[in-house]
Design a protein. Structure first.
Length: 130
């Protein structure tokens, strides 16, 4: 029930309670004249029923019932997103990575110069260059 409808119902019940109290006053006045013992049960029943209804209607306006929170869709959504994240990380971590080949291994055997260096005396002549 919407808050506006609840307020309207509470106003209506409060108005009925006021009229009931007025009727109770008239009944009480008549009871004094006619005799308290014959009208007292009627007065008690009418007043207690109307007051009870008005009190509950006003209590709903002051403290409305809490709205129901639907948690199941949120829990399912969080679980699905968690499963998707786990699947994504597993896929990324298991993917083959490209390996840097580094320096290629030579296919020809090294020469004596490469192994031992150049022998003395076979380099550039040191006498006439500069």
């Amino acid at each position: 029930m919407s808050a506006e409808k609840t307020r309207a119902r509470a106003r209506k019940d409060a108005a009925e309670a006021v009229h009931t109290f007025a009727d109770a006053g008239r009944i009480a006045g008549g009871a004094v004249v006619e005799g308290v013992s014959t009208r007292l049960p009627d007065l008690s029943g009418v007043v207690s029923g109307s007051v009870h209804d008005a009190r509950h209607a006003l209590a709903e306006v002051v403290e409305p019932t809490p709205a129901r929170v639907r948690r199941a869709p949120w829990i399912i959504a969080v679980l699905l997103l968690t499963a998707a994240a786990v699947w994504g990380w597993v896929t990324v971590l298991q993917r083959e990575r490209e390996v840097d080949p580094g320096t290629p291994v030579p296919t020809t055997p090294p020469t004596d110069d490469q192994i031992h260096g150049k022998p003395i005396g076979q380099g550039r002549s040191q006498t006439g260059g500069h």
